[in-house]
Design a protein around this ligand. Structure first.
Ligand code: FES
Length: 177
């Protein structure tokens, strides 16, 4: 893989991702899909309190089924969010992620949005499950992300149906090859 496309920070996170995996009994799960490429990312969080009794991200892990940039951005967002209050974590944006990675190729900038969305969704999931107040902009973001996930799932279903149809129409002797 060419390191000329990506910075050394991106390649380092890609080769040795931080906080990769699942959390047992997470307090919140964020699942998002990228409308452009169809890649999928999960972020799991455990919520605790700091010494000022404010809710913080006590533990965070991720699983990403996507490209080099998606893996690096999810790894870096877990580093940035760890120990932060929920409000601070919600403010981590794509420019902060890209800066921490020393930049991303313009064609890969949408991958950093996926990481931001996954973290927002994990926080949304925690707040809604615990019947806590959800900030208006987080709710709007959640609605947009769900809409995009539905589009991806619909496209995937259409593709699977089309593939089945093609396979059913292949003459039997060709199927064997
Ligand atoms: Fe799909 Fe990067 S190309 S997330």
């Amino acid at each position: 893989m060419s390191t000329r496309i990506y910075t050394k920070e991106v390649m380092e996170h890609f080769r040795n991702p931080h906080n990769f995996g699942k959390i047992k009994n997470p307090d919140g799960i964020g699942r998002v899909g990228n409308i452009i490429c169809g890649d999928v990312m999960y972020i799991y969080i455990k919520v605790g309190r700091n010494n000022k009794k404010r809710e913080i991200i006590k533990d965070i892990k991720f699983e990403t089924f996507g490209c080099v940039a998606a893996l690096a951005t999810s790894s870096v967002i877990t580093d940035l969010a760890q120990g932060k209050t929920l409000d601070q974590a919600m403010m981590i944006g794509k420019s902060r992620i890209t800066k921490s990675l020393g930049g991303l190729p313009p064609i890969k900038l949408h991958c950093s949005v996926l990481a931001v969305d996954a973290l927002s969704e994990a926080i949304y999931d925690y707040l809604s499950k615990n019947k806590k107040q959800i900030p208006g902009d987080l709710k709007l973001k959640h609605d947009r992300i769900q809409k995009e996930l539905n589009i991806i799932e619909k496209r995937y279903q259409e593709y699977t149906n089309l593939e089945k149809e093609i396979l059913n129409n292949v003459p039997k002797n060709k199927k064997k090859k």
